[in-house]
Each structure stands twice: as structure tokens, then as C-alpha cells.
Design a protein around this ligand. Structure first.
Ligand code: S3P
Length: 169
């Protein structure tokens, strides 16, 4: 039986690391409500993330993302974040103050293979070496998370249960 936590569970990590699917699974297993920061931005502008990048550019997207980070609910939610959120403004500090943060860490090859045929990531680099440099620039931010979970070779159920076991231990 899974005890119900009250602190937010906040998932961070690179695009393709499974933040949204894991957050949905955790929400199913607990009474926590799922929020996804990209969905909040998209809904408030009635545009896809790709269209927001096209219309306003990345700098403006990062401003919108920062506003969302500062206004997240303080408890009872499981929150999946956009892959870049922890790396801009002081968002990582804000996230760490708003709940228990989990970095879903994954080898670059796995992330790349999950993303390479998808069209909906405006910042995806279609060359493994470029994508790897991009990931490496971000790791120092991601490693500020309270907990790092290695998600390689694990399915979504296993990752969700590992997070909930950590919370309940
Ligand atoms: C981004 C990741 C995306 C989205 C936007 C920018 C990034 O979220 O926020 O395309 O900078 O890594 P996912 O991590 O859910 O793909």
C-alpha cells in the first residue's frame, strides 16, 4: 500500500527521460494531481510548445516557463517539468523549495533513440554528438535535484515505484 505524501513530487531531466509518463503513473498510484509545466504554458496561450517557440522565440518561452515555476502549487501535486526548466533563471532553486525533486537520469544514447523520430521538440539536436553536448551543458543543473534516479533499463512502473518508495522510506 502506498502512503500518500503531501509534498510535491517534481520530476526533472532531459527531454525523452520519461518525466510526463512517470508523473502520470505516480498520479494514478496516489491521490496527487498531475501538472505538466509545458501543458500549463500551452494551455494559457492556446498554442503548442512548437508554436510558442515559432511565435515568440526561446527567450520569451523561458520567461513564461519561469512564471510557471514561481507559481506552482506548493503541495499535493506530482509535477513534470519541461527539460530546460531547471537550467534557466533560478528555476532549480524554486523547484527545490517547492517539493522533492527527482532527476530522471538516462544515458544519452537512450534519450537520442527515443527522440530522433519525433517532430515536436523544437530544441532537439538531430546529431548524437550535438545532443550529447547539449545534455552535458545541463547536467550540473539537473544534479542539483534532491534525488537522482537512474531510469535506464527500467519501465515506467519501476521508476514510479522507486520514487514512491523513496518518499515513503
Ligand atoms: C525543452 C523541453 C521540452 C519543452 C521545450 C524545451 C528543453 O519539454 O519544454 O521544447 O529545453 O529541453 P520535454 O522535456 O517535456 O520534452
Amino acid at each position: 500500500m502506498i502512503k500518500s505524501p503531501t509534498k510535491n513530487i517534481i520530476l526533472i531531466g532531459m527531454m525523452g527521460s520519461g518525466k510526463s509518463t512517470t508523473a502520470k503513473k505516480i498520479s494514478e498510484l496516489t491521490y496527487l494531481t498531475h501538472l505538466d509545466t509545458d501543458e500549463l504554458i500551452s494551455a494559457s496561450h492556446q498554442k503548442s510548445i512548437q508554436n510558442i517557440f515559432d511565435a515568440f522565440g526561446e527567450k520569451q518561452f523561458r520567461e513564461l516557463e519561469h512564471e510557471v515555476a514561481k507559481n506552482l502549487p506548493k503541495e499535493n501535486h506530482v509535477i513534470s517539468t519541461g527539460g530546460g526548466m531547471p537550467c534557466y533563471h533560478e528555476n532549480m532553486d524554486v523547484l527545490n523549495q517547492n517539493g522533492i525533486t527527482f532527476y530522471l537520469s538516462s544515458p544519452v544514447e537512450l534519450l537520442f533513440s527515443r527522440l530522433k523520430n519525433k517532430k515536436n521538440r523544437p530544441l532537439f539536436k538531430n546529431q548524437l554528438d550535438q545532443f550529447e553536448s547539449f545534455l552535458n551543458e545541463r547536467i550540473a543543473y539537473y544534479e542539483k535535484a534532491h534525488v537522482t534516479i537512474d531510469v535506464s533499463d527500467k519501465n515506467v512502473n519501476q521508476v514510479a515505484l522507486e520514487i514512491l518508495n523513496f518518499i515513503n522510506s
